[in-house]
Ligand binder design. Structure first.
Ligand code: ADP
Length: 495
């Protein structure tokens, strides 16, 4: 296939910035696309975490000072570049200390409230990306944006930049990582976008129940829309529970709506290579995993006597999406079962309290870490026996994919990417890789955990189950090829 010029735009990218799965995707997919012989330029904002020295960044200063106008004000920005680590991939950061040099990405970490100028920040970012492409003279075949924060890059291609010959050949792809986050702003702020006022009318691409909705604009304007699993792509067209009000818009676009499951960066997430865990292991040296369990118990200040008990891990944003209200519903019966529980997560205060209270009740076997801690995340993946994800919905989910690789058996709700990547052992005897429950009900979760714990007692069957999961391959290569097929589809005029 012809080598493509691909622009990949994301509001967070591992290792520079991260709040969730999008960062991991944006850190890996562009590399994979480049290694498949495409020319890829990646853009993201320069937050305070993006350290100039650490990442060896330099100013692309050939253009003099750069600026864009947002809401009637001129914003100057710098263009920082990281020297290519992967041939074919160039990484750029839009540098505006005023808008992005903050500790949080979208929210103030102290007040846990969205920054009030998020519209200005990401409008400025989108405009800065398009201007930078012209300055760099990088004519894209594909502009691939992600979520509401970068949807305006696509919207501009179809509105303000429509007549710009520089972008004439560009086709656009929007990946939705989570349709619940839409970039909603009051209608009075529409002018901040700098698109024609005539585009704000009831049911217009930007309008959503009297507000401005940036994700909707991206969905309407993109040539191709995709989400991060096939099941989620279906689910978000059904009801408000999954589509968060955009189900109708998504149904309208179903002929160009696809699902591509995320891959895993196995350089970072595999037990035979992981430098953050106590002892490396693979499917042939599974017994070594016990050293990782010991370490996890140690760092969790839990007793050595817990070594023989099943250990269930959780690493998650503590948000309603993740299904922890089911745990609350059945907490008494659930924690009457004899397992160890180690949780790592931050988020809504109600869940902080829920888990802190549980820890107070069972200090000998529950350890709750209300933090964001990458090392501990690796230690949990390596040291736990099971990994719990009772999600209400899950666009793709990465932790179950990591868990499979670490022989940490996922126990999850059958939704979105969890349904697509885990095979339920109870209904597929001898072929499963985990345990799934369907109904979003506490009782169903309880039964599923009970089944998993019962299965755990048979060491031989459990080992086979672990090994089946470890053999699954969710590397990026396959998913990157699926993205290339979507790009080809739109370039050939099929979408
Ligand atoms: P989402 O994007 O909805 O948060 P995913 O499962 O797709 O969920 O991705 C979550 C990513 O963030 C994973 O890489 C996970 O390990 C990481 N993560 C989430 N919470 C924490 C935390 N408290 N500490 C460290 N890593 C975390």
């Amino acid at each position: 296939m012809k080598k493509l010029n691909i622009v990949y735009v994301a509001s967070e990218v591992t290792p520079y910035s991260k709040t969730g799965g999008l960062a991991d995707v944006a850190g890996a997919l562009p590399q994979e696309l480049a290694s498949l012989k495409n020319q890829v330029v990646l853009f993201s904002p320069r937050y305070s975490s993006v350290d100039r020295k650490k990442y060896d960044l330099f100013d692309v200063s050939d253009f003099g000072s750069l600026s864009v106008t947002v809401a009637g004000r001129e914003y100057q920005f710098g263009l920082l570049k990281r020297n290519a680590k992967t041939p074919g991939l160039e990484t750029y950061f839009i540098d505006s200390a005023e808008l992005f040099g903050r500790n949080g990405l979208y929210q103030d970490p102290v007040t846990v409230k969205d920054y009030p100028d998020n519209d200005i920040r990401f409008v400025m970012f989108a405009k800065a990306v398009l201007l930078s492409l012209e300055k760099l003279n990088f004519k894209p075949d594909i502009v691939h944006a992600n979520d509401w924060q970068t949807a305006m890059v696509i919207a501009y291609l179809k509105t303000a930049e429509r007549e710009n010959p520089f972008f004439a050949g560009a086709k656009s792809v929007l990946t939705i990582h989570n349709v619940a986050y839409q970039g909603l702003f009051p209608a009075e702020r529409f002018d901040r976008l700098g698109v024609d006022r005539s585009l704000l009318y009831p049911m217009s691409p930007f309008e959503y129940w009297g507000k401005v909705n940036l994700l909707k604009a991206g969905i309407v304007y993109a040539d191709i829309v995709n989400t991060v699993s096939k099941t989620y792509a279906e689910e978000i067209q059904t009801t408000d529970d999954y589509g968060y009000g955009l189900e109708g818009v998504l149904r309208d676009r179903r002929s160009v709506l696809f699902g591509v499951v995320n891959g895993v960066d196995y350089e970072l997430w595999s037990p035979e290579r992981d430098t953050l865990i106590a002892k490396k292991f693979d499917a042939d040296t599974l017994d070594e995993k016990e050293a990782d369990k010991q370490k996890l118990l140690l760092v969790s200040k839990l007793g050595k006597d817990r070594l023989d008990k099943p250990l269930i891990g959780v690493i998650s944003r503590l948000a309603p999406q993740k299904g922890f209200d089911l745990i609350e519903e059945i907490a008494e019966e659930l924690f009457a079962l004899d397992f160890t529980f180690v949780l790592l997560g931050t988020g809504d205060k109600v869940y902080h309290k829920l888990f802190e209270d549980l820890q107070t009740k069972h200090p000998d076997r529950i350890k709750v870490n209300l933090a964001f801690d990458n090392t501990l995340a690796h230690q949990i993946e390596a040291g736990a026996d099971m990994f719990l994800m009772p999600s209400r919905y899950e666009p793709c989910g990465l932790n179950q994919l990591y868990s499979l690789k670490y022989g940490t058996v996922p126990v999850a709700r059958k939704t979105g990417g969890l349904a697509d990547t885990i095979i339920d052992e109870t209904t597929n005897k001898g072929k499963g890789t985990g345990f799934l429950f369907e109904e979003y009900e506490g009782e169903a979760l309880l039964k599923c955990v009970q089944d998993a714990l019962a299965f755990y007692r048979n060491k031989r069957s459990w080992k086979s189950l672990m090994k089946r999961g470890m053999k699954k391959d969710f590397s990026w290569k396959k998913s990157a090829k699926e993205y290339l097929a979507l790009y080809a589809r739109t370039l050939e005029g099929l979408a």
